[in-house]
Design a binder for this molecule. Sequence first.
Ligand code: UD1
Ligand code: CA
Length: 464
Amino acid sequence: MTPMDRLSVVILAAGEAKRMRSRQPKVLHPLCGRPLIAYSLRTARVLADRIVLVVGPDAEGVRAVAGGDVQIVEQRERLGTGHAVLQARAACGAGTVLVLAADMPLLSSETLERLVKHHRKTGAVATVLTAVVDRPQGYGRILRQGGRVKRIVEDRDATDDQKKIREINTSVYCFEARRLWKALAEIRPDNDQGEYYLTDAIGILAKAGGRIEALAAPDPVEALGINDRKQLAAVAAVQRRRILDGLMESGVTILDPASTYIEDTVTIGPDTVVYPQVVLEGATTFGGDCVIGAGSHVSASRFGDRVTLRPYCIISEAVVEHDAVLGPFCHLRPGCHIGPKAKIGNFAELKKSRIGRGSKVPHVSYVGDTTVGENVNVGAGTVTCNYDGVGKHPTTIGDRAFVGTNSSLVAPLVIGEGAYVAAGSVITKDVPPGALAVERSPQVVKEGWAARRSAKHPRRDKDD
Ligand code: UD1
Ligand code: CA
């Protein structure tokens, strides 16, 4: 590869993003679970020999997500898109410079590849990716003369006639590097915003007699830019559907795509069925043949094969092994590990706990800071009392132990293998393996008590 064949991708991310009305940089706003900038970088990586990211001052967060293969340059003053590209000059060198804005995450690498190919084949000095859209408001318009691109006019600087043009600038361009730097040096900020517009480089190059090419994006949706939160939502809707389509193509059944929200960071194995109203977020993975019940909300969790989530499970930062059955209505707070074939039932809340293979917490329990062995039964209404108002304390329940209904297990506590806890007990001392612990007052039975009482105080009927 000669230096002239080199492709530098310059990503513009230094704008102030006033229209977002946000304290955080626009490119850090999440779109289906990833910051906006991650989409541009992912697309660029497919074809770039070098990636240069132009950031504004105070962009620590942007630097942090960029990755080691990205050269970062700072635009100290936000003087416009043309000024922003100029900051990348030293980092780019010779060859082809592909410029794109960081606020258009739907852009595909296939389209960029076509743009670069077209640019090189035609020997143009600049090639603009355009799109023909129904609502061009807000975008720069492509002005042609005799069919050839002459210049780009920004929406706010356009005449009424120019505003009717539906061919827009996507803000993605290929330039021949040497000619680009020369043109940028000639740009003047004589426009409504008083900024150095990159779009003016096209007019300058055309005037100098250079060949300007335009290539239309195959799907105008790729051109959608995000300037405000309404556009963020509109783009997210498209991306959300792309994610669902990708999952369905890979063998996942999604019963109601319209009500399903799955982030870009989620992977799901084939033959898993997703019921309506499901939200799956963050680094979440499901194996194959799982069932994800209606209304479940899962974030940053890993599931093996054949796991069943019955409806309305709320789960975060958990690991759930194969063939486990959860819910309906169970809540796994961060730090839970559920073993194979375990069962966590309705109204069970678990936190930082390990549940061994085949063990069950089937109904209405709180289990926190607890290690449960294999084939344990934790009865309905069992509560681990892990907090004494100052510190958290652990509970350990050995294999095959049986904890009777409505027990309070006051931690720190160890219940040995195969031990039994009688229903209704408040257990404060360790229970040795194989033992039975009962903590209950003896039951008192008073024969004939009811008859004696009603003789003394005759019972009145309700409507007396
Ligand atoms: C820009 C184009 C417009 C095009 C539209 C497509 C210009 C002047 N206009 O308008 O023709 O139709 O994109 O979406 O280029 N940025 C910097 N530094 C700056 C200013 C902006 O890095 O000083 C970055 C922004 O972070 C953004 C990109 O450049 O990623 C585009 O800026 P933005 O303000 O969004 O331009 P638009 O008004 O959308
Ligand atoms: Ca924009």
